[in-house]
Design a protein around this ligand. Structure first.
Ligand SMILES: Nc1nc2c(ncn2[C@@H]2O[C@H](COP(=O)(O)OP(=O)(O)OP(=O)(O)O)[C@@H](O)[C@H]2O)c(=O)[nH]1
Ligand SMILES: [Zn+2]
Length: 198
């Protein structure tokens, strides 16, 4: 008889050497002409090291699935999941929201896991296109649903705070798989529920 299953998901970050990261941050600030000898900045290299370590270290989680006993065959959609990542080109944050949905097959997913999968792939140096596709592909592989849809909208601070300084701009990416990609009605419903079409 099918039952609850849980797959432990842990990402090996290769190990963060906090002490070395702190030394490097101190050198980096020094090279920028920033004096870390003051009382206020004294602990800044350590804070920088811990902050970046946190940004690239996803929390482990259990990917819990349940049998789809009722044969639920409509969309399951988690909207407005917070996204927090760092662009791999500048190591500056990009932040926004994700809408993640799927059309169930034989199993359904614990709802919180949709947000945990987003965090799992966001907590690393990323580009938004890859992040979007990784979340969709992974759900497709692990859950084998009839379809998956992922939409991410994010502000890249490397584009809004520096460089071109396109304040207020955001970037939208999407990946649709299976029925959500190929069936016009399912696709339209998904995009409508995510607020992307009227
Ligand atoms: N496709 C994609 N590009 C990104 C992402 N995050 C940042 N970038 C871009 O990566 C590019 C890096 O371009 P470079 O010309 O090497 O860097 P740069 O001189 O700092 O460029 P500017 O940002 O235009 O000043 C920039 O255009 C960024 O906007 C992302 O998630 N996806
Ligand atoms: Zn960038």
């Amino acid at each position: 008889m099918p039952s609850v299953t849980a797959l432990r998901v842990v990402r090996d970050t290769g190990g963060v050497d906090l002490a070395e990261a702190e030394r490097a941050a101190a050198q980096f600030l020094d090279a920028l002409g920033i004096d870390t000898g003051t009382e206020s900045l004294h602990n800044t290299p350590g804070r920088m090291a811990r902050a970046y370590a946190e940004l690239i270290s996803p929390r482990p989680f259990d990917l819990t699935t349940f049998p789809n006993d009722e044969g639920y065959d409509e969309l399951v959609l988690a909207r407005s999941i917070p996204v927090r990542s760092v662009c791999e080109h500048h190591m500056l944050p990009f932040v926004g929201t994700a809408h993640v949905g799927y059309l169930p097959g034989h199993r359904i997913l614990g709802l919180s896991k949709l947000a945990r999968v987003v965090e799992h792939f966001a907590c690393r140096p990323q580009v938004q296109e890859r992040l979007t596709k990784q979340v969709a592909d992974w759900l497709q592989t692990q859950l084998q649903p009839k379809g998956v849809g992922v939409v991410i909208e994010a502000e890249h601070t490397c584009m809004t705070l520096r460089g071109v300084q396109a304040t207020g701009s955001s970037t939208l990416t999407s990946t649709l798989l299976g029925t959500l990609r190929h069936d016009a009605r399912s696709r339209a419903e998904f995009l409508s529920l995510t607020g992307l079409t009227a």
